[in-house]
Design a protein around this ligand. Structure first.
Ligand SMILES: *Cc1c(COP(=O)(O)O)cnc(C)c1O
Length: 417
C-alpha cells in the first residue's frame, strides 16, 4: 500500500505549508528569535518519534519499547553536555517558558522572591513579569536598564538584590543587544545567597559557536530554547551543576510535564551535532558581524539604536525620531518583504501594543549566507520604506525587489531555488 501524502490527504493544510515555505523563502526574515533549521533537523523533527510515549528518563521509563528513545535522549544529553561544557543536561522541556517554570519549581517555594529583568527593559515574561505565573505565584522584583546607556547597571542590580534578597536571580533577555556580564551576576548572587539562573534562549547559538561568553561556568542553572540562534527545532534544555541535577530532572518530570516530545529530542540531537562543527562557529561569528553591519547601516539612516549598537545578534531601535511608531513601521516593512517585530524600548512612553521600537536579529539571514554587504542593502531598504509607509504600491515594488534579492540565497530546509 502506498500511503497518500499530505497534499493528497489534506490539500488545505498542504497548501498552507507550501505557502509558508514560499513566504519564508521570499522574505528577509529579521525576527530575532527565528531562524531556518536544516533539512536534517526538519526530517528528525518530522519523524516517527512523534508516535512514542516515554515518561521518565533513560533506563527508568513508565512505558515499554524504549529501545530507540533511550539511546536518542542519551545522545542528545551527551551532545548538550559536551557542546556547552555542562555537568548535567535535561532535554525534555517542551519550550523555553516551561523550562523556566521547572527551574522555579526546583529552586523556590510559592511566594519566595525572584529577581529578573523587567519585560519592558528586555526581559522575558517568565522572569517574574506580573501577568505571568512567575509574577503571580512568586514575589517578583525587577531590574531594568540604565535609561541613558540602555545597558544593565550592575551596581543598581546589586543594590536591589541587597535590599530585596531574592532566592533566585535571573540573568538573560529577549531584547538586549549587549554582552551580559555573567561573572558580575554570579558575584551578586553569591553576595545575597541567591541561586543564579541564566536564560540564554536568544544567544545559545552564539555561546555554542564562541561568539558570546558562556554562562555555564557561572550559573547554577542555564535554561535555553533550542530554536533561536541555536538553529534547532522548537524546544528547550536545562543545563546545571551536578548538585541540582536531581531537583531539575524531578521538576521537569513528574513536576511539570508528562511524556517528552521525542521527535523534538531527535531534532535537538541533530541541531547539537551541527552546532559542534567548525562551520557553525563561523556561522555564529558571522551572525554577530552581520548584526554590527546592519546596526551601522541603520544608524546611518537616522534610526536611533538602543545602547548605540550591538554586541550580539540583536538590534533594538527607536523609530520615533524618523516620525514613525513601531507597529506602523513593522507593518509597512512586512508588506515590503522585510519581517520584524515591534518592541518597547527602555522607558518607552508608548504602550506595548504600539511601542516606539523595532527589534531585529540576524540569525535567519545569516543562515541563508548573507554577509555584511547584504546588511548594508537591507539597511537601505529600511531607509526607503520609512519614506513610503503610506504608499502600498511603493511597498509592493520594494517587496518585488526583495524577492529577487532573496532568490540569490538558498534557504536551509526549503526546496525552492
Ligand atoms: C524565547 C524566550 C523564552 C521562551 O521561549 P518559548 O519557547 O517561546 O516559551 C524564554 N526566555 C527567553 C529569554 C526567551 O528569549
Amino acid at each position: 500500500m502506498v500511503e497518500r501524502n499530505l497534499h493528497e490527504v489534506d490539500p488545505e493544510v498542504g497548501a498552507l505549508v507550501t505557502a509558508e515555505e514560499r513566504r519564508e523563502f521570499d522574505k528577509i526574515r529579521l525576527i530575532a528569535s527565528e531562524n531556518y533549521v536544516s533539512r536534517a533537523v526538519l526530517e528528525a523533527t518530522g519523524s516517527v518519534f512523534t508516535n512514542k510515549y516515554s515518561e521518565g528518563y533513560a533506563g527508568k521509563r513508565y512505558y515499554e519499547g524504549q529501545q530507540c528513545v533511550d539511546p536518542l535522549e542519551t545522545l542528545a544529553i551527551a551532545r548538550a553536555k559536551a557542546l556547552f561544557g555542562a555537568d548535567h543536561a535535561n532535554v525534555q522541556p517542551y519550550s523555553g517558558s516551561p523550562a523556566n517554570l521547572a527551574v522555579y519549581l526546583a529552586t523556590l517555594q510559592p511566594g519566595e522572591t525572584v529577581m529578573g529583568m523587567a519585560l519592558p527593559a528586555g526581559g522575558h515574561l517568565t522572569h517574574g513579569w506580573k501577568v505571568s505565573a512567575t509574577g503571580a505565584w512568586f514575589r517578583s522584583v525587577q531590574y531594568g536598564v540604565d535609561s541613558r546607556t540602555g545597558r544593565i547597571d550592575y551596581d543598581a542590580v546589586r543594590a536591589l538584590a541587597l535590599a530585596e534578597r531574592p532566592k533566585l536571580l535571573i540573568a538573560g533577555a529577549t531584547a538586549y543587544p549587549r554582552i551580559i556580564d555573567f561573572p558580575a551576576f554570579r558575584a551578586i548572587a553569591d553576595e545575597v545567597g541567591a541561586r543564579l539562573l541564566v536564560d540564554m534562549a536568544h544567544i545559545a547559538g552564539l555561546v555554542a559557536g564562541g561568539a558570546h561568553p558562556s554562562p555555564v561556568p557561572y550559573a547554577d542553572v542555564v535554561s535555553t530554547t533550542t530554536h533561536k540562534t541555536l538553529r534547532g527545532p522548537r524546544g528547550a534544555m536545562l543545563l546545571c551543576r551536578e548538585a541540582l541535577a536531581k531537583d531539575i530532572d524531578k521538576a521537569v518530570f513528574p513536576g511539570l510535564q508528562g511524556g517528552p516530545h521525542n521527535h523534538t529530542t531527535a531534532g535537538i540531537a541533530v541541531a547539537l551535532g551541527e552546532a559542534s562543527t567548525p562551520a557553525f562557529r563561523e556561522y555564529a561569528h558571522q551572525v554577530v558581524r552581520n548584526a554590527r553591519a546592519l546596526a551601522e547601516g541603520l544608524a546611518a539612516h537616522g534610526f536611533k539604536l538602543v545602547s548605540g549598537g550591538t554586541d550580539n545578534h540583536l538590534i533594538l531601535m527607536d523609530v520615533t525620531p524618523r516620525g514613525m511608531t513601531g507597529k506602523a513601521f513593522a507593518r509597512a516593512l512586512d508588506r515590503a518583504g522585510l519581517e520584524c517585530n515591534y518592541n518597547t524600548v527602555p522607558d518607552d512612553p508608548r504602550k506595548p501594543f504600539d511601542p516606539s521600537g523595532l527589534r531585529l536579529g540576524t540569525a535567519a539571514v545569516t543562515s541563508r549566507g548573507m554577509t555584511e554587504s547584504d546588511m548594508a542593502r537591507i539597511a537601505d531598504w529600511f531607509g526607503q520604506v520609512v519614506s513610503v509607509v503610506e504608499d502600498p504600491d511603493a511597498l509592493d515594488r520594494t517587496a518585488a525587489d526583495v524577492r529577487g534579492f532573496c532568490a540569490g540565497f538558498p534557504a536551509p530546509g526549503i526546496a525552492i531555488h
